[in-house]
Design a protein around this ligand. Structure first.
Ligand code: AKG
Length: 286
């Protein structure tokens, strides 16, 4: 597996492992995800959008402080002008993040499983830690687009080390918003970063350090995958997903692993672990 995986990521910037989860595990995670909305706040619902990011999460402590908590973010199209739900609560969420791998037993068990550790080992991680996790809903009709980005924009390490583990819990298709990648884009450096604003007098808590690059849509390759596959994403691979305009949901569980041995997690990354709750380490190689 080692050479295949590493070669694929080095070649394309991503790799797909079919049947990473058993059908039973897929069902268990999907059911856990489908139940998450029951604990979502009924007031002051926060929206998550990658299209309209500056008007929402960048000013918001609820987002900023979500790194070590389980927090709920709604779809822009699911909330009315006065914060009221426009759709059924079961299809209103955009995502839940960013500490399901710590605080939710079902997601924690998969994230810290021997299978995940084995992949990290094969990828050459010395002391991998999980920086964040998210359940992404992409529900039919309201499920929004995820704009083209690199994960290193949000989780920057020096040297580059972040790997995204993205696991669809339902088949991800062209119709319901599968991932699209620019093959080879991981060789083009880090294009911009999303950081804590050093200007403490500003009401923008988080800022981008550069404008968004323009990526020609024709450069992207669609990567439809079956439920239970694992898509590994290099931190510099440019990827995106379309809005879900189909009548089928496309739930996915994703988490990001970073190297913590001889590798610096940037102190101005938007997500910072509290001092008493460091990122959980998966193993330490002798
Ligand atoms: O699930 C999606 O549609 C996009 C996920 C993604 O791009 C990410 O987690 O970096």
């Amino acid at each position: 597996m080692r050479n295949l995986l590493i070669n694929q990521i080095l070649e394309d910037g991503y790799a797909v492992l079919d049947d990473f989860l058993t059908p039973e595990e897929v069902t268990e995670l999907l059911e856990a995800g489908q139940n998450l909305h029951k604990d979502a706040p009924k007031e002051e619902r926060k929206v998550f959008s990658t299209v309209n990011a500056t008007s929402t999460q960048s000013k918001d402590r609820y987002f900023l402080e979500s790194g070590d908590k389980v927090r709920y973010f709604f779809e822009e199209g699911a909330i009315g002008e006065n914060g009221e739900l426009q759709v059924d609560p079961s299809v209103a969420l955009n995502k839940v993040g960013h500490a399901l791998h710590i605080d939710h037993p079902t997601f924690s068990a998969i994230t810290c499983s021997n299978r995940v550790k084995e992949v990290c080992w094969q990828l050459g991680f010395q002391k991998p830690a999980v920086a964040q996790s998210m359940y992404i809903f992409k529900n039919p009709g309201v499920g929004g687009e995820v704009k083209s980005h690199q994960d290193a924009t949000y989780l920057y390490t020096e040297p580059t080390s972040t790997i995204g583990f993205w696991i669809p819990l339902e088949d991800a298709t062209l119709q319901n918003g599968c991932l699209h990648f620019i093959k080879g884009s991981h060789r083009s450096g880090v294009h911009r970063r999303y950081i804590r604003n050093p200007d403490e007098s500003s009401d923008e808590l988080l800022i981008y350090d550069r404008p968004a690059p323009l990526y020609p849509q024709s450069n992207f390759t669609a990567v439809p995958v079956s439920a239970g596959s694992l898509v590994l994403i290099h931190s510099q691979a440019v990827h995106r997903s379309d809005a879900n305009r189909s009548d089928r949901s496309r739930h996915a569980y994703t988490f990001h692993v970073i190297e913590t041995e001889n590798c610096e997690y940037a102190k101005d990354n938007w997500l910072q672990p509290p001092e008493d709750r460091p990122f959980p380490v998966l193993y330490e190689r002798d």
